[in-house]
Ligand binder design. Structure first.
Ligand code: NAD
Ligand code: UFG
Length: 347
């Protein structure tokens, strides 16, 4: 029995592949490498000492996806593949609707055809209404405010509809808060294309000297120091959360949403300070205006995941910053754009 991982070469996917292989699962990865590099998968094999097959294919290509389902005895799917940059989704919404929705629809159609009904889906805290009280529980009102967030919201709705049409499906909607950090080996981590949008990759590129200074987007929010507060969660904890969610969908039926966060909120300036401590590097910063669409505060109520998945984040802020820095220091240019794709199969 094999677990199919879509988007497995990406940031969260590659860390999850490590944890699945460590836990003894057999996996097969599908990725079109639009936002990742085959080198990440080579390093997953290096870290775990285990081999697996990966296919360079676009999930929207039904014919190719079906060939994978023909070839493997797939038991469950973890679906990471999708575009994720909020700003890009505002300027090019159709690209986001086409990729995120179409790839999920093709995947689910193929799962249905081959009788595979266990699915773990990468959702996001961005599906929650910005007006909600903190901490955010899973029953908080939903209301995404940008096209990217709306794709996640729409996919959640589609998955509920699929379950309502066939109660043999078992689906976990994992609403991630702010994943940061990297594997402790320093061999895999986040490798953004171009200028990072997110706080931690930006801070670490300032620390390594690739960027001159951090722009802090607003210091007039109603928070402890005026800067935005988020629930940062170590990517390895998040990856372990996927293993727990997989066990859950394989042993039950229904659709359930789970927050994956720590339940703690840290401000931008607290993150800068923690990173400086972990790296020994000064992070110059300048306060600039608020970024449109940002909420002042966002953190999770994590009791449902603890109770139903037996999962909770174990790694604290120090470890998150230390591991981010180790990855950045050891890989200043991310995965080098060497073509090392011999082990990547193409249909
Ligand atoms: P990522 O970009 O590193 O990984 C996504 C992977 O999907 C990439 O390897 C990309 O090449 C692949 N992909 C995209 N479209 C594809 C397609 N049509 N066919 C095949 N492969 C395709 O992103 P990530 O940070 O690892 O995020 C994984 C998932 O989690 C995404 O769905 C993202 O929206 C969601 N998420 C991420 C965050 C975050 O802050 N990183 C937060 C909440 C939710
Ligand atoms: N920030 C800065 N300067 C930067 C980048 C960010 O001050 O250069 C601030 C933001 O204003 C915010 C905090 O740092 O207060 C975190 O911002 P990120 O961009 O790292 O994260 P967001 O919470 O805005 O969004 C992220 C992902 C979304 C996802 C969401 C919830 O980008 O896709 O977390 O999971 F939906």
């Amino acid at each position: 029995m094999t677990i199919l991982i879509t988007g497995g070469a990406g940031y969260i996917g590659s860390h999850t592949c490590v944890e699945l292989l460590k836990a003894g699962f057999d996996i097969v990865v599908l990725d079109n490498f639009s936002n990742s590099h085959p080198e990440s998968l080579r390093r997953v094999k290096e870290i775990t000492g285990r081999d697996f097959n990966a296919y360079d294919l676009d999930l929207r290509n039904k014919c190719h996806v079906e060939k994978v389902f023909e070839k493997y005895n797939i038991k469950s799917v973890i679906h990471f593949a999708g575009h994720k940059a909020v700003g890009e989704s505002v300027s090019n919404p159709l690209m986001y609707y086409r990729n995120n929705l179409m790839s999920t629809i093709v995947l689910c159609e193929t799962m249905k055809k081959y009788g595979v009904r266990n699915l773990v889906f990468s959702s996001s805290a961005t599906v929650y209404s910005q007006k909600a009280d903190m901490p955010l529980g899973e029953d908080t009102g939903l209301g995404a405010v940008n096209p990217y967030g709306r794709t996640k919201y729409m996919i959640e709705e589609i998955l509920f509809d699929i379950y309502n049409s066939d109660p043999y499906w078992s689906i976990a909607l994992l609403r991630y808060f702010n994943p940061i950090g990297a594997h402790e080996s320093g061999r895999i981590g986040e490798d953004p294309n171009g200028l990072p949008n997110n706080l931690m990759p930006f801070i670490s590129q300032v620390a390594i000297g690739k960027l001159p200074e951090l722009q802090v987007y607003g210091n007039d929010y109603p928070t402890k120091d005026g800067t935005g507060v988020r629930d940062y969660v170590h990517v390895v904890d998040l990856a372990i959360g996927h293993v727990k969610a997989l066990l859950k969908v394989q042993s039950s039926k229904g659709v359930e949403a789970y927050n994956l966060g720590t339940g703690n909120g840290y401000s931008v300036l607290e993150m800068v300070e923690a990173f400086e401590k972990a790296s020994g590097k000064k992070i110059p910063y300048k306060i600039s205006g608020r970024r449109p669409g940002d909420s002042p505060v966002c953190y999770a109520n994590v009791s449902k995941a603890k109770k139903e998945l037996n999962w909770e984040a174990k790694r604290g802020l120090e470890e998150m910053c230390r591991d981010t820095w180790r990855w950045q220091k050891n890989n200043p240019n991310g995965y080098k754009k060497v073509l090392n794709a011999e082990s990547i199969k193409v249909f």
